[in-house]
Design a protein around this ligand. Structure first.
Ligand code: C2O
Ligand code: CU
Length: 470
């Protein structure tokens, strides 16, 4: 990725123009013609590549890349910017790119057959949209997702705040999960039926920014903003930062009240993000370990944060951070909201080894009794534009599901019938087995939007639906 053209203006007028773009973005999409700022231009070339994921003595791995890297080049822009992204498909199969969590116009959403034709091998497509909200987002294909993401196609999309949080370093960790053979090649058993009906294709090799990490160096006293992105197809992470006190400042890109994570563990299902403020409180030369404890009995050390021997950046700890400024989502009107239910069913029953009785739904998973066979579906729910909606999602399966809604962010207003403390804004909500979550949003973005599980095997296996906003 490279920026072909940047606005040739100084910082002050950039801030002013971003602020006016932001104001424009808060209004219905139709008013956008008036925002004539030059677009930030990027190119993403999707193509096979060969990279060192594991490191010596293991050989390199054949992967699929954006711009010859895994993860793909980071796209970093500022809130209110207009982006113009040329995607060139040099894969041997069709693809699309979805801008996960960004509230784009429907035609730019990258969903094959629903919002666009897949980009054939050898062809190009230009995505163009504004980024109304700051935060940590990511991009990935939405066509044959399990395999395309599983072979390496994903990248970070960072939208900086107009007034960023003061930190010493802004660090992005794209967390990847791979199933590798002994020669470090990718095992090609995508779509394995057994896994599709269980936890999905969980791999055996975890990477940070496309590399199996040993240590990451830090400096005593520094404050990091760590942007965690779970780009895995199926693995859920539960990260503990031993000896540190992480503070979550944003979830799925959306500002959150700064707090330590529940039980000291940052839990991220596939596609979920957390911005974590880390004050490196240890001594020069010390080590802090990051452990993933999500799956019981399968804990492992993800990486060591190794303090350099340099003297601390500061001697007195910094004050706790202020809350980030709210993004531009309209507040759902709960009293007058339309109420709907989405019931998730299917999958293997845990323990019994039996398939649930799915009638004719051979794919294994369903929402409200319908197993999707492709993206181009009749809508499950139709909402008129501007209407508030409360959607009760009931997970009646034996498996976790990170459920994602396109085109909108939503508040999680209740879990298992109890109001949530923070009513957090998310775009992907992780629902444990046999639990429920209520999400609330204003249907302000017209179009047909995917609503699906982000365990990509579950998605491919039918756990998706369409919500139409007219
Ligand atoms: Cu991350 Cu339907 O997408
Ligand atoms: Cu799922």
């Amino acid at each position: 990725m490279h920026s072909i053209r940047r606005p040739g203006i100084d910082r002050r007028s950039l801030l002013a123009s971003s602020a006016s773009l932001l104001a424009a973005a808060a209004f219905p999409r139709g008013s956008r013609g008036s925002t004539a700022a030059p677009a930030r231009e990027f190119t993403l070339v999707a193509a096979p590549g060969r990279l060192s994921l594991v490191g010596p003595p293991y050989p390199d791995t054949d992967v699929w890349c954006y711009n010859a890297s895994v993860p793909g080049s980071e796209i970093r822009v500022r809130q209110g910017d207009r982006l113009r992204i040329l995607v060139e498909n040099k894969l041997s199969q069709a693809t699309t790119v979805h801008w996960h969590g960004v509230r784009v116009p429907n035609a730019m959403d990258g969903v094959p057959f629903l919002t666009q034709k897949p980009i054939p091998s050898g062809e190009k497509f230009v995505y163009e949209f504004e980024v109304p909200d700051a935060g940590t987002y990511w991009y990935h294909p939405h066509h044959h997702s399990s395999e395309q993401v599983g072979r390496g196609l994903s990248g970070a999309l960072i939208v900086e705040e107009i007034e960023p949080l003061p930190v010493d370093r802004d660090v992005v960790w794209v967390l990847g999960d791979w199933r590798l053979a002994r020669d470090a090649s990718i095992v090609s058993d995508f779509g394995n039926r057994m896994e599709v009906t269980m936890a999905g294709r969980i791999g055996n090799t975890v990477t940070i920014n496309g590399r199996v990490p040993e240590t990451i160096s830090v400096r005593a006293g520094e404050r990091l903003r760590l942007r965690l992105i779970n780009a895995a197809g199926a693995r859920i992470f539960g990260l503990e930062f031993r000896d540190l006190r992480p503070l979550i400042v944003a979830l799925d890109g959306q500002p959150a009240e700064p707090r330590e994570p529940p039980e000291g563990r940052v839990v991220l299902g596939p596609a979920m993000r957390a911005d974590v403020l880390l004050d490196m409180s240890g001594q020069p030369g010390a080590t802090a370990t990051v452990v993933d404890t999500f799956y019981r009995d399968l804990s492992y050390r993800l990486v060591d944060l190794a303090y350099s021997s340099e003297p601390p950046v500061r001697t007195r700890p910094l004050d706790p951070p202020a809350r980030l400024r709210a993004n531009t989502m309209p507040e759902p009107d709960l009293d007058n909201a339309e109420k709907h239910t989405a019931t998730l069913e299917g999958g293997m029953m845990s323990g019994s080894g039996m398939m649930m009785g799915m009638g004719g739904h051979g794919m294994g998973w369903s929402i409200n009794g319908v197993a999707a066979t492709g993206h181009d579906m009749a809508p499950m729910i139709t909402l008129s534009r501007g209407r508030s909606c409360v959607l009760a999602i009931r997970n009646q399966t034996a498996w976790f599901h990170p459920i994602h809604l396109h085109g909108h962010s939503f508040r999680v207003t209740a879990r298992n019938g109890q109001p949530t403390r923070d009513r957090e804004w998310l775009d992907t909500v992780l629902i444990p087995p046999r639990e429920a979550a209520d999400i609330a949003f204003v249907a302000d973005n017209p179009g047909d939007w995917m609503f699906h599980c982000h365990i990509l095997d579950h998605q491919d296996g039918g756990l998706m639906a369409v919500i139409r906003v007219t």
